[in-house]
Ligand binder design. Sequence first.
Ligand code: HEM
Length: 424
Amino acid sequence: MSMTEVRADVINLGEPSFWGRPLPERYEAFAELRRTPGLTFHEAPVFSGMPESPGWYAAVRMDDIHEISRHPEIYSNGVGAIRTFDWPEPFWDVFESIIAMDDPRHARLRRLVSRSFTPGILRRVEESIQRIAAEIVDSVQARGECDFVHDIAAALPLKVICDMVGIADDEYEFVFEKSSMILGAEDPEYAAQFPDFFTALMSSAHDLIGLIERHCDEREKNPTEDLTSVLVHAEVDGEKLTRAEIGRFFILLLVAGNETTRNAIAHGMRYLTENPDQRAIWAADFDGVAPTAVDEIVRYASPVIYMRRTVAEATTLSGQPLAVGDKIVMYYQAADRDEAHFEDPERFDVLRSPNLHVGFGGPGPHFCLGAHLARREITVMFRELFRRLPDIHTTAAPDLLLGDFVFGVKRQACAFTPVTAAKV
Ligand code: HEM
C-alpha cells in the first residue's frame, strides 16, 4: 500500500507486517487513524504457542491517552496485562510486577521499590553512568566505525542496570541476550532459536530469574550496597518483598530499562545525523539544550510503541461505548505526533518547549519509574560522544526490529574520525 492509499478501514495494527512497513507509511497510517472519529478496532494476530486472543480498540490521540492513563479504576493493568495478547497463566509467575498490577497492590509495591532507590543507590548510578559512557567511547574510538547499537547504545543502559543490581561484568552478555529475547521474540531473527513465541519468552525469563535468585541468596547472607541487597532487606509497614517479587521486579527493570533507553539513544543518533541543523544547535550549547533535546528524542522515537489496558467498568471513550473486558491499546507513538497537541509534530526540534509527550507514559500511577534515569543516561552518552567523537554519524538505514511493542533498532552502522588514545 502506498502512502496516499492509506485508509483507516484497511489499517490493521494487529497485522504483524504493518510493523515492517517503511516508517513514513507507519506515521501516515497513525495520522489517518487520528483523523478518524471514535476508536478503530483491530483484529489480533496469532502467535505460535499462544492462546488465541480477541482484538482491541486503538487509542491514538493524546486526549484519549490522557483520559485512559488518569483513570486506572476504569482501565486496568492487572487484567490480561499490558501486551495486545492476554498473558497465558504461566506468564504471571515470571512477569507479574508493578506494570501488570492495579492498586492497592501496585501502590504498595511501587512505594517499596521507589524507596529502594535510596540516595546511596542514586549516587552510585550517577557515577556509573559517567564511567560506563567514557569506557564505551574508549572501546570504539580507535576504530572509526562500529555498530552503534551493539557497541554504543546497548552497552550503557544494560551496564548501568547491572551495576545498580550488582550483576558482574562477565554476566552482561547473558543478560543482554535474554532481555533482548523477551522484547524481540516476534522478530524472526530471534524467534528462530526457539520452537515458538511462548517458549522464547518463558525460557528467557526463567534464565534471568535463576540469575537473580542466586544474587538474592548471596545478599541475604552478605549484605552489600547494591539494589538487590536493599530489596532483599527492605521492609514497608513490616512487610518484606518475597523472592518471587524481587525476581519479577528485576525482569521488569531489565526489560523496561534496557531496550527502551538503548533504542532512544540509537534513534537519537539517526535523528541528529538526518537533521544537521538540530545537531549544530545542540552542539553549540550542550548542557543548555540537553533537557529539551533529550525529551525531543524520546517524543520523536516513542521507544515504547504502546501499553494496553483492559476495561474494568463499562464506559465511553471518544464516543465509543466500551464494555467490561474490552482491550484498549494506547499507541504512544501515534499520540506523540498528534497535530492537535504539538506544533509541526513531524519536525525533530531539539528546542521544542513545551513538549508534553507520552514517551514515558501518560499522567497516571504507572508513569515510567525510570524516566529520570533514562534522561540522565541519554544526556551523558551524547555528551561523551559530542565531546570525544564530534563527527560521529550514522552511515546506513537502521536495521529495525519487527514487532509492535518496542520500536527497536537491531543494528545501526555509524562512522567517525578515529581517535588514538594518545590524543585524548
Ligand atoms: C527512554 C527510555 C524509557 C522509555 C521510553 C520508557 C517508557 C515507559 C513507559 C511508556 C511505561 C508505561 C507507562 C504507563 O503504562 O503508564 C514505563 C513504565 C516503567 N518503566 Fe520505563 N521507560 C524508559 C526507561 C526506563 C528505565 C531506565 C527504567 C528503570 C531502570 C524504567 C522502568 C520502568 C518501570 C519500573 C515501569 C513500570 C512503572 C509502573 O507500572 O508503576 N524505564 N516506561
